[in-house]
Design a binder for this molecule. Structure first.
Ligand code: CA
Length: 225
């Protein structure tokens, strides 16, 4: 199993180090950012499985960072909040954090909460994935598009899952072919463009002018939200 990566965004070196070494011993990979802007860059570059986010950070603070992350990503976030700042916790959860621990915190508790959040997220992803106006339900091979349920073939579902797990990223034809053919029992159509065309007919309001799955000429396709 590939170890999961935790991004720790914490400006206090002592705490960052302490948290990092505990997570490592617990079997996680870790990355540390010491300010908000670096942290936000690393969220996009390193694609961590979970973020441990201190609220009081120089530059971009934890609330602003959380808000920016949530525009494009559902990566789980656990906030580190100050002892008496009840308001911090409430606004943190409103900003889209998944959980919080109160400083000074117990590392065992932080790791236990991390595992609980990761388990919860894995359960949700296994059944359902929602991005913007679209959600897919893996158990039933369906996609709900702006309230309307459409059924997808296995290949279409696999492609849609890949797109929705990588929103706003270009996926090239080779990557999409791999995904399609791992799931493909639909005959002889080896053209990814044909699969995409049929998928667009199911989910796009106007398939000739796609708004979700865009063609990026010479590179591949991009799912936009
Ligand atoms: Ca701090």
């Amino acid at each position: 199993m590939i170890p999961q990566t935790i991004l720790i965004i914490e400006d206090e070196e002592r705490i960052a180090h302490w948290v990092q070494s505990y997570f490592r011993r617990a079997g996680f990979q870790t990355q540390v950012a010491r300010n908000g802007h670096t942290g936000l860059d690393m969220v996009w570059k390193e694609k961590p499985d979970l973020i441990v986010l201190d609220l009081m950070l120089p530059g971009l603070d934890g609330w602003a960072l959380c808000k920016q992350v949530r525009r494009n990503s559902d990566v789980p976030i656990i906030m580190l909040t100050a002892r008496d700042a009840q308001q911090d916790r409430v606004s943190g959860l409103e900003m889209g954090a998944d959980d919080y621990v109160v400083k000074p915190f117990d590392l065992e508790e932080l790791v236990a909460r991390t595992r609980a959040v990761l388990r919860r997220v894995a359960g949700t992803i296994a059944e359902q994935l929602t991005v913007g106006e679209l959600s897919i339900h893996l158990g039933t091979n369906t996609c709900i598009v702006r309230g309307t349920t459409v059924s997808l073939t296995r290949t279409q579902l696999a492609l849609m899952t890949a797109f929705m797990r990588h929103p706003n990223q270009i996926l090239n034809r080779d990557q999409l072919l791999d995904i399609a053919f791992n799931n493909d029992f639909e005959g002889f159509d080896r053209s990814i463009d044909a699969h995409i065309r049929r998928l667009r007919h199911k989910i796009e309001p106007n398939p000739s002018q796609p708004q979700y799955i865009l063609t990026v000429y010479g590179l591949g396709y991009k799912f936009v939200t």
